[in-house]
Design a protein around this ligand. Sequence first.
Ligand SMILES: NC(=O)c1ccc[n+]([C@@H]2O[C@H](COP(=O)([O-])OP(=O)(O)OC[C@H]3O[C@@H](n4cnc5c(N)ncnc54)[C@H](O)[C@@H]3O)[C@@H](O)[C@H]2O)c1
Ligand SMILES: N[C@H](CO)Cc1c[nH]c[nH+]1
Length: 876
Amino acid sequence: MLLPIIDISNQPLSIDFIKSLDLIGEIILRIPDFNNTSLLTQFLETYQLDKYWLFPIKEIVPNDIENIIQFLDQGAQKVVIPASNILTNDSISTLPADRLAVNINSSELCNEELSKKLAGLVSGYLVTDVDLESISGKFFQDLSNFIQNVQKTSDVLTKFGIILQHEKSEIKYSLNLVQHLSTISADLVVPIKNLTLDSDNNSLLSVADALTCTLTSDRPDGLFTTIVVDERGVALGVVYSSTESVREALKTRKGVYQSRKRGLWYKGATSGSVQELKKIDADCDGDVLKFTVKQFGTGFCHLNTRTCFGGSKGLTALEETLQSRKVSAPPGSYTQRLFQNPDLLRSKIMEEADELCSATTKENIAWETADLLYFALVKCVANDVSLTDVEAHLDKRAKKVIRRPGNAKPQWDISAKKTMEIDGDTKDKQIPISKSDTIKMQKFKLSEIDSIKRTSLLKRPIINSDDIMARVRPIINDVRNKGDAAIIEYTAKFDKVQLNTPVISAPFPPEAMALDDVTRRAIDQAYDNIYKFHDAQYDRSTLVVETMPGVVCSRFSRPIERVGLYVPGGTAILPSTTLMLGIPAKVAGCKEIIIASPPRKDGTVVPEVLYVAHKVGASKVLLAGGAQAVAALAYGTESVPKVDKICGPGNQYVTAAKMFAQNDSSAMISIDMPAGPSELLVIADNTSIPTYVASDLLSQAEHGTDSQVVLIGVCLTPEHLANIEREIHEQASRLPRVDIVRESISKSFILQVNNMNEAMKFSNDYSPEHLILHIDDAEKWVNAVENAGSVFIGAYSPESCGDYASGTNHTLPTYGYARMYSGVNTLTFLKHITAQKLTKQGLKDLGHTVMRLAEIEGLEAHRNAVHVRIRDLENE
Ligand SMILES: NC(=O)c1ccc[n+]([C@@H]2O[C@H](COP(=O)([O-])OP(=O)(O)OC[C@H]3O[C@@H](n4cnc5c(N)ncnc54)[C@H](O)[C@@H]3O)[C@@H](O)[C@H]2O)c1
Ligand SMILES: N[C@H](CO)Cc1c[nH]c[nH+]1
């Protein structure tokens, strides 16, 4: 065949022409040297060749080695170097043989010693001084012997290029010559100025003809069987080519073939399923062509499948599915959810990578790899990266001659991890927690983190809401369909309690709410404080404003009639939450209060909860938790009346069920807010007391493994910070819930800042559920609070007081929702109704404004309702 050669100093060249040449194999680039490489770099950027050799005019000097390696790394197929250089320069001789070619003179073809020395070191020979006349004589025989010898001794696939002598001004590059050389596996090197994409003519050699003249057809019609494959090598079908169709294919860089019935066949011309031509190769014995194409449209086959052998499979099929999901996905598509939630996708990739690392059996490793490939490909498709792009990188990497050491980055280095201090970039990473580890938070300095890290610190752990919703939906449907029976069934399943009836109605049996005096007094005091604070929030008066003479607007409130209060009970019993929800509902005057809470293991209600239920005037207590309790309150069952609003915190199932019911118009229900795992942000300076700071942080960390606490240290001295950290470890180690704390503290962090403004800015951006100000002149900084559920001011205001008894509510927005939601308060249980009264004069004065605005909106009936009255008033 032929090897086009381009002198890169002779630019500009036609990009289209070069790209067509690039389709048929390798191109030799004649370059001045490796010393000044800017011309070459610019050439490669412009023409973006697929496969090329670099052939310098000048000899190689030692300083060139670095550049040679760099160009090989960047993708040069081979570098052509004089034999003397290869044999004398150690750095060159260590380069891989499949990336080196050598240029020799025709006289050296018979130099056996040289060919022995070069054996195994190179995979290409350019014979540079061949006289046209000599090609059929002795030279041809020598060349043939030489090639056979190399092929016998070398295990690298080797190419042989023949360069006709340049001194001869009139070199005739003919198809005969190409054909002749190809019989001994040699290629004719042809300057591109001697090549054409058109048919062969006397002065120029046709590229297509040069390609097909070396082929043999085993068909009576002389056509060449052509296999068509996609960029990943997947066979699309079989067609036929002629010299003419190859010529058209090269010229247009499209899939053009020879139809046995219809002549030249421009693939996709009528169907639209066109092909971009990427490569043409001949097989090893030159009787089949392979066209590599990028297939557009419905596919290659006339049956509208991608291939003539049916649909795709494996990674190609997965890629197609993901691409179609990106365009339009069926409702509830998990893939679409991954597209929309990069954080979820990131977590899944990490999770699957981790699972693959732990897999040991053949089956497991295949399974986990499939998982990881799925998520990785979602990431690719989401960002318009194709498998072909990925494979191009793999191929490019395979060409690198310098191998990286491949050590793990510090955060992934398992041996280093064991000794890692948690003072680096590890917030999102799983650090193995051992019981002997110091219980400590991760530490960051605001001045040392970038904005991406800051944003990640502001984020809460991801809630997988679609998965949870998928679990919650059938529970809700069951409760709607089967009522009490479903509640009993789910309570048995999740809470392991067999109930006869799921509801206790007031009046509650005194023995079921009997408490010792100390407990009762504590609850009573908490009750009084909470009541006092919530009662004060209730402005029972009617707001009246005369907006203009004779136009009086007013607003008054009414309680929401029936409310359902969810009191969590999964890992801790929470009578305090019964107070926090029941009291404002009672103050607001709700007519029916129903409390739902998971039963104890013996099927009873916690007496403290029942006592508070009684105090707030609840009519019923539903002995159920989770989604089944929320569904019963939202839709009603035989024994649970449907309510108008559901309030209260809970785990992810509770929250998902509340969100579901709120969005279902048939439920006609509202909720207080989406509330999740507890959280606390403490701002502390050097006036803070380390024991107090640590105790506050731990008070929220003990809620659950998903709780998050944050300490912002304002100019803390190293000693002060160390004291706080020591207190955290010592106090935590003594807690009964130390195992929960160990986990939640490891996900929590300390951020050191330089001043209070930085601290407040971070806190407002984080929007914590609880904010504690352990700082000098704490009260002054309350003015700077923009977002928080509840604020605790000064050293003697522990959050626990707000959790239980000071008077404020503890059902507060988490997860950053404090930016737009208030915590539960008396207004949560009220709605406001507005009213207005216009006098005749008021209507006369306002009427024309109303009529004009109705006219602008094209709402004639609106205008008329004023008009008929004003007409009467004007006639009075
Ligand atoms: N923001 C606030 O004001 C506030 C106040 C108190 C508590 N909290 C939070 O409330 C949450 C309470 O959670 P909890 O689990 O202890 O109690 P919970 O009462 O919210 O949930 C327990 C119920 O979950 C259901 N459940 C458990 N596993 C299930 C599964 N696999 N499928 C379906 N349903 C299942 C069961 O029905 C069970 O009754 C904690 O996260 C806590 O931090 C928040
Ligand atoms: N701190 C919780 C709100 O996030 C409420 C609570 C209940 N019991 C103790 N604390």
